[in-house]
Design a protein around this ligand. Structure first.
Ligand SMILES: [Cu+2]
Length: 177
């Protein structure tokens, strides 16, 4: 494992060891943790939010959104292999669901795979959705409403889109899946 993680990397689920045959193109850590954000003037709001760190891949693959409770934008390319090392630092069980992505059931953040505070879950999957904007979010309790959600932008592998910026719109309407 890469340094900087320390004792938090405690993959509690036996089947969650990294697949030694899986060589990720993009390898990131994603941590859910308490934070505070000045949503309105005055006292900051207590939130739970995601933060990410790139271990392998361009640093620009993860875009943190300053002064927002939204999780980082993760950029992936269709056809590439992605590893996401999720660590839960919020004081409730949590798990990450990749909304709309075609991933194996064990990688899809079903609530039966929740991990406790201080524990981790390892996601490894190949991106095979068509290009578009998707989102990821906690699949536990009402945690999205506390801020643990973000977007994942999938780009086509054959052509890198040229743009200066893009806009992500979030609506806190969740059709449960
Ligand atoms: Cu969803």
């Amino acid at each position: 494992m890469t340094g900087g993680f320390g004792p938090l990397l405690n993959y509690s689920v036996a089947s969650q060891n990294a697949d030694t045959n899986f060589t990720p193109d993009l390898d990131i850590s994603l941590t859910a943790r308490p934070d505070e954000v000045a949503v309105l003037p005055g006292r900051p709001t207590q939130v739970w939010r995601y933060h990410a760190f790139v271990h392998k891949g361009e640093k620009s693959r993860v875009v943190e959104i300053p002064r927002s409770y939204l999780g980082p934008i993760i950029k992936a390319y269709r056809g590439e292999k992605v590893r996401i090392r999720f660590t839960n630092e919020i004081p409730e069980e949590s798990i990450v669901h990749w909304h709309g992505l075609h991933v194996p059931a064990i990688m899809d953040g079903h609530p039966r795979y929740v991990v406790s505070q201080g524990q981790s879950y390892l996601y490894e999957f190949e991106v095979n959705n068509r290009a578009g904007t998707y989102w990821y979010h906690s699949h536990t309790m009402l945690q999205e409403q506390s801020g643990v959600y973000g977007s994942i932008v999938i780009e086509p592998k054959e052509k890198k889109l040229e743009y200066d910026s893009f806009i992500i719109s979030y609506y806190m309407i969740h059709l449960h899946d």
